[in-house]
Write a protein that binds this ligand. Sequence first.
Ligand SMILES: [Zn+2]
Ligand SMILES: [Zn+2]
Length: 235
Amino acid sequence: MNALLVGIKRRLQTAGAKSPDAAIAAAEDKATAAANFTCCVCGFRSKSTTEVLHLNGNHDDISARNLSGVCALCHPYHHIGERTPAARSQGEKVAHQTRLMRVPTVADGGISAGDLNHLFRAIACALNDPGERENALKVLQVINEATVFAKASWGTASPRDFHAAMLALSDSEYAHRGEAVEDLRLAFHEHLLTAIGSKLQAEQSGLPVANWTELLARTLVKLESHAPADAEAAQ
Ligand SMILES: [Zn+2]
Ligand SMILES: [Zn+2]
């Protein structure tokens, strides 16, 4: 699995005529099917929520080698401060549906973006379960508190601010952004998760919500025991 860094679409669209929408839709459908509806980052498979990832960052390049499958939670990492299909379907920008949070790097025992997204999916399903929704909301609140760590170190947890800062980088600075942002993760808003969870439950009614709290407990221990040292001072 690839490490997932927050990033933006920096490249301008290709010059010249854009492919017709029907051609784009056909190429994208073909690509998600070829990817077996599986996210190339976290490995999650879902027919209803898999989106198209443009590997080179150019959304006008619809050649097969540039397209892969990506889940609705890993895709926003490539577009912080921008729109992606899952957020667009609700008429809201991802910028309004996500916050950035700082977690320990994987090398320091922290959680990868892919694993964190598996947890968010469990929360998404729990949000759609009347018996679990209240717990899921409490958990989201705890996770959202981790966004203060980003604010403490960067002055902001807003994806739009990071988007603007990344646009201003040179290509080589951007290519090396991992040194600065490897501990940043996206925390998703309840609305986005509820919408995704509802699709997932319609598609895979057997999704286990019974053991999601156990997954959660393990993750929270990881987040808490490795909270960045400067975070306490900020509280
Ligand atoms: Zn994914
Ligand atoms: Zn994209």
